[in-house]
Design a binder for this molecule. Structure first.
Ligand code: THU
Length: 140
C-alpha cells in the first residue's frame, strides 16, 4: 500500500499522543520510560508503553505493545508511529526487534523519532531496517 503523508498538525498530534502514552510506562527496572502512538490508515491511533517484568527478559517495548494492540483489534494497515522517551538530547530510536515487527506490516510507512521537547526526525521503516526479511520472502 502506498505511503500517506500526514499534515503537520496530525504529526504534532501523533507525537503528543506518544508522549501521553509514555505516562503509563511500567519501567521500574530500567527507569527508562517509552511511549508510542501508532496511526492506522483510517485514522485510528493505538497507544503503547514499555511494560517491564521482574523476569527482565520478559519486558516488552512500547512500539510492540502499540502494534499488538492494533493487530488484536483488527487493524494492520499502518501509516505512522511516533516514539517518545524522556531523553532531552537524543532522538529515541527503536530497537532491532521492534524494527522487525514494524517491517512485518510494510516497509514504506513513517517512524517519528522524538526528543523530550517533541522535536523529531522522520524515517521510514525501510530506512531503519534496510535489506530486511519479511513475509513476502517466504513465498519466493
Ligand atoms: N524500550 C522501548 O520500549 N522502546 C525503544 O524504542 C527502546 C527501548 C524500552 C525497553 C525497556 O523497557 C527500556 O526501554 C530500556 O531498554
Amino acid at each position: 500500500m502506498a505511503q500517506q503523508d500526514l499534515s503537520q498538525e496530525e504529526v504534532n498530534e501523533l507525537i503528543h499522543q506518544s508522549h501521553e502514552a509514555k505516562e503509563f510506562s511500567f519501567s521500574p527496572y530500567s527507569k527508562f520510560r517509552v511511549g508510542a502512538a501508532l496511526k492506522t490508515r483510517d485514522g485510528r491511533v493505538f497507544k503503547g508503553c514499555n511494560v517491564e517484568n521482574a523476569c527482565y527478559n520478559l519486558g516488552v517495548c512500547a512500539e510492540r505493545n502499540a502494534i499488538a494492540k492494533a493487530v488484536s483489534e483488527g487493524y494492520r494497515d499502518f501509516i505512522a508511529i511516533a516514539i517518545a522517551s524522556d531523553m532531552e538530547n537524543e532522538f529515541i530510536s527503536p530497537c532491532g526487534a521492534c524494527r522487525q515487527v514494524m517491517r512485518e506490516f510494510g516497509c514504506k510507512w513513517d517512524v517519528y523519532l522524538t526528543k523530550l521537547d517533541k522535536s523529531y526526525k522522520k524515517m521510514t521503516v525501510d530506512e531503519l531496517l534496510p535489506c530486511s526479511f519479511g513475509p513476502e520472502d517466504l513465498s519466493k
